[in-house]
Design a binder for this molecule. Sequence first.
Ligand SMILES: C[S@@+](CC[C@H](N)C(=O)[O-])C[C@H]1O[C@@H](n2cnc3c(N)ncnc32)[C@H](O)[C@@H]1O
Length: 349
Amino acid sequence: MGLRHSLHVVPRVPSSGTRKASRTSRSPVKIGPSIPPSLTIPIPIPVPVPIPEALPGFLQFLGYPNSKASIPDLSHPRTAAVFQMTPPLPEHLEPSELGNKSYWDTAYTQELANYTSNTTTEDEGTIWFSDAGAEERMLQFLENLSDEGILRKDDEEVDETEGKQEEEEGEEKHERSAKATRFLDLGTGNGHLLFALREDEWNGEMLGVDYSAQSVKLAKEICARKDDSYHDIQFQEWDLLSSPPGSWLGSGFDVVLDKGTFDAICLSQETDAQGRRICEGYREKVEVLVKKKGGRFLITSCNWTEEELRGWFEGGGSELVYEDKVKYPSFTFGGKTGSKVVTLCFKRG
Ligand SMILES: C[S@@+](CC[C@H](N)C(=O)[O-])C[C@H]1O[C@@H](n2cnc3c(N)ncnc32)[C@H](O)[C@@H]1O
């Protein structure tokens, strides 16, 4: 099933002010600051705004010797380059019921009832974005990282001297063990993505989290009916936006997965303590779950374009760096080419 029909909602509304440079001349909906005021340069609304004290000096440094300007000239390439260091956040989606926890509780209660009422059923519930083959493509992408030696399906002994200059004869080889890739699936639903990974012989630790207790119950029921090789996969109720991670976080996950969860969160009209739509806090919550120096965040969305998704996860002090994307068939409509589902991989620096 595709989330697109149910999650893709237009029109969009401007995201809260500060990283937002509206694409149109509409004023952004000012919900609250999300980055330091020194970077708050509304574009292109021509009204006086508070300018940080250091700005005139900085403009002089850039070549504006007498600058007392209150509005920087963003048509000047040097100034524009400075202020575009933090890319604008994409515009918000119009809220819908898919952004509410009660929607998911009801959906998984139904799926759980279907599953438990029939002990022979293979209906494990909705597989999101299956019409685009998203799960298979994510699996293939991870398989490629395994082939490149970046991820590991099993614990391995790694020879640290390998590839270095010829060691002196008799010198001991330095070996250390490298653990199999640890996965965290955010908003795991029925856990299908983790089960598919295990089927592909990824044998490391796996944890699926979801804020719906019914989802966790469903995933555990499905797991229990599978053979022993699946039984170490963990599922836990956890609201990733409102609760800190537990001790399960360890030093972070090698791969954090999101298939449709950010999309759902973007449809919530809830705001956080800073007055922002809650999706604006998603990136900072997720970033800390990804292992430092090389952990990957693989996200699939049907509601955002590649550029928009990058806008959500890069810039503003993000440690996530865009690395690669999964290829989908593209279509052309109204002179624009795109694909209905996007999967991007970010690497934490
Ligand atoms: C579109 S479904 C995707 C489910 C699953 N990832 C899949 O691909 O089948 C979105 C999921 O995100 C979960 N979710 C939404 N907000 C969440 C939050 N704040 N914390 C944890 N899970 C959340 C929902 O309960 C739902 O299971």
